[in-house]
Design a protein around this ligand. Sequence first.
Ligand SMILES: *Cc1c(COP(=O)(O)O)cnc(C)c1O
Length: 236
Amino acid sequence: MIRDNILNIKERIAQACSQVGRDPRQITVVAVTKGRNIDEIRQAIAAGISDIGENKVQEALLKYSELATNRRTHEPANLRTIRWHMVGHLQTNKVKEALKIFDLIHSVDSLRLGREINKQSQRLNKVQDILIEVKTSEEATKFGFKPEEAAEAVRELTQLKNINVTGLMTIAPRVDNPEEARPYFRALREMKDQINQLTSHPLTILSMGMSDDFEAAIEEGASLVRLGRAIFEGVE
Ligand SMILES: *Cc1c(COP(=O)(O)O)cnc(C)c1O
């Protein structure tokens, strides 16, 4: 069933891409696995998922070690190349732990957090890829930079040596009709374009779109879509 859901999602992504002349290879599905068990995650990986998203550090660490140590002989080889994404609000006191496993932190929502990630990354001799979370709507989430703060946040955090600001992330409000989410996606893309006019280090990634609205997000330029229910429950 998870396999069927993923096949269905791939088709819908291809369809959305063809609407706007994009190449489906430009879009990565991040399977958001909060609350899902190891067996479900293994099924998703076996069906081709290579990017896992979690919104709590502790839960992610547990799953990470379980996937790594319970490797059975018939496990798919791509288990070793899984990329881990932090998509939930990250407290500064969890940064150290988070840096152990996450390839990309989507949810940098304050300068304080960005600076802490930089500081801890320096200790580990690592350069951590991050996205700046932007609150494109007031109601969707309490976290994220205000739209008018985003360019300055990118500018400041780009100067730090041990973080690499690669793009923007947003959470759109939950709406009945995905078309209602489209303006928030468009706003994020326009923000990226504006910021890129001012910098020699252009942002490339837009993390936007969830199970109810990922096609609209792709049509507006998403590069990472974060899908939970569409993969594990098969919502249409
Ligand atoms: C849970 C979650 C998702 C996935 O949501 P679905 O509606 O299940 O696709 C995406 N992004 C974030 C930040 C989440 O917390």
